[in-house]
Design a protein around this ligand. Structure first.
Ligand SMILES: [Zn+2]
Length: 205
C-alpha cells in the first residue's frame, strides 16, 4: 500500500497491528477519523491512553479494576463465598451479561496447555488456593471452555482442593464441545450456570 503522507502511513500501521485489522480496514478507520473534528479524535485517543495508564488488576480476583479491588469484589451485595473460575476477563464480561450470577470471580489469566508451554505456575492458580485457604469459600464454579485444556485445568485445581469442605461444580455443557465461552449466547451461558454439575460427575462422564 502506497501512501502520499508518512503521517497517514504511521496511523494506518498502528491500527493494522490490532487483532483482526488488516491494512484495508486500518485505512478505512484512519480515513474515518480524518473526517472527525480534532476534538473528537483527541477524546478517542485520550480514552485509550488513559485506560492503558490507569487500569489495574484486582488484587483478589485479577479482573480489571480502577482501584485495588474490582467493582465486583468490593460489592457487598454479591456472594463473596462463591467463586466462579474463568480463563480471562472476556469470560467475566460474558457471564456478567447473563445477569444470572451473583458471586465473585477468579481470573486464571489463561489455561493449562502443555503444548503451548503453559503450566500451572504461569496462571493465577496459587492465588486461588490462597483465597480458598483464607476466605470462607463455600463453592467454586468452573466456567472454563469445554475442551481438553479446560478439563486439564479443572482436574489440576480440583486435585489441589481435595479434602477441603467446598462444593466444586462446573457449568453444564450447553456450549458445544470446543466452543468458546465468550461466543455463547447469554441465554445458553446463563442456563449452563444455573444447571451446574458437581465436578466428579462431569469428569466421569
Ligand atoms: Zn476482584
Amino acid at each position: 500500500m502506497q501512501f502520499s503522507s508518512a503521517l497517514l502511513e504511521a496511523a494506518v500501521n498502528e491500527f493494522s497491528r490490532l487483532p483482526g485489522i488488516g491494512k484495508k480496514t486500518a485505512l478505512r478507520l484512519v480515513l474515518h477519523l480524518l473526517k472527525q473534528d480534532t476534538e473528537a479524535v483527541l477524546q478517542f485517543t485520550n480514552a485509550i491512553a488513559h485506560m492503558r495508564r490507569e487500569i489495574r488488576f484486582c488484587k483478589r480476583c485479577f479482573n480489571v479494576a480502577d482501584e485495588d479491588l474490582c467493582s465486583i469484589c468490593s460489592n457487598t451485595f454479591r456472594q463473596q463465598q462463591t467463586i466462579c473460575v474463568v480463563e480471562n476477563i472476556r469470560d467475566v464480561i460474558a457471564i456478567e451479561n447473563t445477569q444470572q450470577y451473583n458471586g465473585v470471580y477468579h481470573v486464571l489469566g489463561g489455561i493449562i496447555s502443555p503444548l503451548d508451554g503453559i503450566g500451572p505456575d504461569d496462571l493465577n492458580i496459587e492465588a486461588l488456593l490462597q483465597r480458598v485457604a483464607e476466605e470462607k469459600i463455600e463453592e467454586i464454579i468452573f466456567a472454563l471452555n469445554p475442551n481438553i485444556q479446560g478439563d486439564t485445568t479443572i482436574y489440576y485445581i480440583q486435585k489441589k482442593l481435595s479434602g477441603k469442605d467446598i462444593r466444586i461444580t462446573t457449568i453444564a455443557r450447553g456450549i458445544a464441545f470446543g466452543g468458546e465461552l465468550e461466543y455463547a449466547d447469554e441465554l445458553t451461558l446463563g442456563r449452563s450456570l444455573q444447571n451446574r454439575l458437581p465436578v466428579e460427575n462431569y469428569m466421569n462422564r
